[in-house]
Design a protein around this ligand. Structure first.
Ligand code: PLP
Length: 483
């Protein structure tokens, strides 16, 4: 991994650095901790198998997990709290390429010295949690950065910070409902995902997520873009949307859009699809809300609405994951009355400081644009995926979609959201492959609702295109074993 330089952050006071973290003696101590960390990390350079001497210790952790949490995890994963960029060390001593990152959270991978430094600085704060009644300057620094980035191409001017994507979404829904006088219905896309509260699990289009939940939310689902139909898909969705609005005039509080569907299968759509539908909602006075909790930071712009050129049509945006804190951002017209949005604490001080550092690096580090780091990493993924598919044709039969049609793409996504579809999208075989990959040293997950896909949320903050080589060598080896 490239060693990260030690640097003193500019404008410490404006960035909300705790007073003690600006003390020169303290800074020198932090420098030496970070230098020691970098020295230790340099021993981690690639995937390696578990250490037999730690097998009993790791097994005990997994038993304890089953006992205390009442279930087993998808993977036999307990981390060691150590790693080097995209590589993570587990409690069994193994090292693996982390291509899922806590489902998109650890964008700078593991033990990134810049993130560790930010967390150490945060540890010197007077607080552990920032509140909505009392807060320090770091809260304002994060909110200002997010608004400044969003405002470049949209009317977004305000930001309310939360500690989960789900709470950001709950806030967005309340804002939209208040704006529309408590309109009871919601327009959403088929296959969307929005979080785990009782309301969000009803809007999210997955039956398992709302099994046993008392249903009390009214949702009208729109078909998402279908690449096999092209413009016809845009026209059909527009027809569907107009029908829905005509059926329930003035009854919709919002149209919620995941600009890249995450759990639903890393589905993308062209700008004209969103512009057409958002335009219809704008005309009908229905607020448009972009749920970018999963896509935020990962595509060719920090906000994907900017990449799509639809910022002028967006009223509310929610973000999360890589930003460490989550947020509901809105235009002045959507700014709610006092009392609607609050909560005891908004997020931890370390989440604010690590999030701020991550956002600054993403903003200034050449990540965006058609030849930015996110796009370049995605191109390397596609190149390797293409080679893998060609070398293992039997593992990549045609993918049949829910209409019984053959889907053209065996890999896809955008930026740091990458998908690969072996075994015709069969879930059981994909899960088997994921476990084989895990055993050999690559951690990924799945997405989609049939066909299923292997999902990679690469640590775009620190992953280099050259890292795809060892990652794909492991995937190929696991594929041969499962096949
Ligand atoms: C699009 C989208 N919205 C909301 C959420 C919920 O975020 P959280 O799990 O942080 O509550 C997720 C989580 O995966 C998501 O992908």
């Amino acid at each position: 991994m490239t060693p990260q330089t030690l640097e003193a952050p500019a404008n410490s006071a404006q960035r909300g650095l705790p007073l003690m973290a600006r003390n020169p003696a303290v800074r020198a101590a932090i420098d030496s901790i970070v230098a020691e960390l970098e020295r230790a990390q340099s021993s981690i350079t690639g995937a390696r198998p578990a250490d037999p001497a730690r097998a009993a210790e790791a097994a005990a952790w997994l038993d304890r997990n089953r006992a205390v949490r009442g279930n087993s995890t998808f993977y036999p994963y307990v981390g060691d709290g150590f790693g080097n960029g995209p590589l993570v060390q587990l409690a069994d001593g193994s090292v693996k390429w982390d291509m899922i990152n806590g489902i998109g959270v650890h964008m700078f991978g593991h033990c990134d010295p810049r993130m560790v430094r930010a967390a150490l600085e945060a540890g010197l704060s007077d607080l552990c949690q920032e509140g909505n009644l009392q807060f320090n300057a770091d809260v304002l620094a994060v909110a200002e950065l997010l608004v400044a980035e969003a405002a470049r191409t949209s009317g977004i001017r305000h930001c309310f910070i939360t500690n989960s994507g789900c709470m950001a979404n709950e806030s967005a829904l309340k804002v939209c409902q208040q704006k529309t006088g408590g309109a009871p219905r919601i327009i959403a896309f088929a296959d969307c995902f929005m979080g785990r509260s009782t309301t969000m699990s009803q809007i999210g289009d997955g039956p398992a997520y709302r099994q046993g939940v008392a249903l009390n939310v009214l949702v009208d689902y729109m078909p998402f873009y279908d690449p096999a139909l092209g413009q016809r898909s845009v026209d059909m969705a527009a027809w569907h949307l107009r029908q829905t609005i005509a059926r329930y005039p003035k009854q919709h509080s919002c149209f919620v859009v995941e600009p890249v569907q995450g759990e639903g299968g890393f589905n993308t759509a062209p700008p004209e699809f969103f512009r057409t539908l958002m335009g219809i909602c704008r005309e009908a006075g229905i607020p448009v809300w972009a749920d970018e909790v999963q896509s935020f930071g990962r595509t060719e712009r920090m906000f994907h609405f900017e990449a799509l050129g639809v910022g002028d049509l967006v009223d509310v945006v929610t973000i999360g994951k890589m930003s460490q804190v989550c947020a509901c951002l809105m235009t002045p017209e959507m700014n709610p009355k006092p009392g609607l949005l609050s909560g005891t604490f908004s997020s931890s001080v370390s989440a604010y400081h690590v999030g701020l550092r991550a956002l600054e690096i993403m903003r200034d580090g050449g990540y965006y644009g058609p030849s930015g780091r996110n796009a370049t990493l995605h191109a390397a993924f596609r190149e390797h995926a293409e080679r893998l598919v060609k070398a293992h044709p039997a593992c990549f039969p045609p993918v049949i979609d829910s209409h019984g049609r053959t889907q053209p793409a065996l890999y896809g996504g955008t930026g740091g959201m990458m998908r690969l579809t072996p075994f015709g999208g069969d879930k059981d075989r994909i899960v088997k492959l994921l476990h084989a990959m895990f055993a050999e040293g690559v951690i990924a997950f799945y997405c989609g609702h049939g066909p299923y896909h292997i999902r990679f949320l690469a640590p775009v903050g620190v992953m280099e295109p050259t890292h795809m080589e060892p990652v794909f060598a492991i995937i190929a080896s696991a594929l041969r074993k499962v096949a």
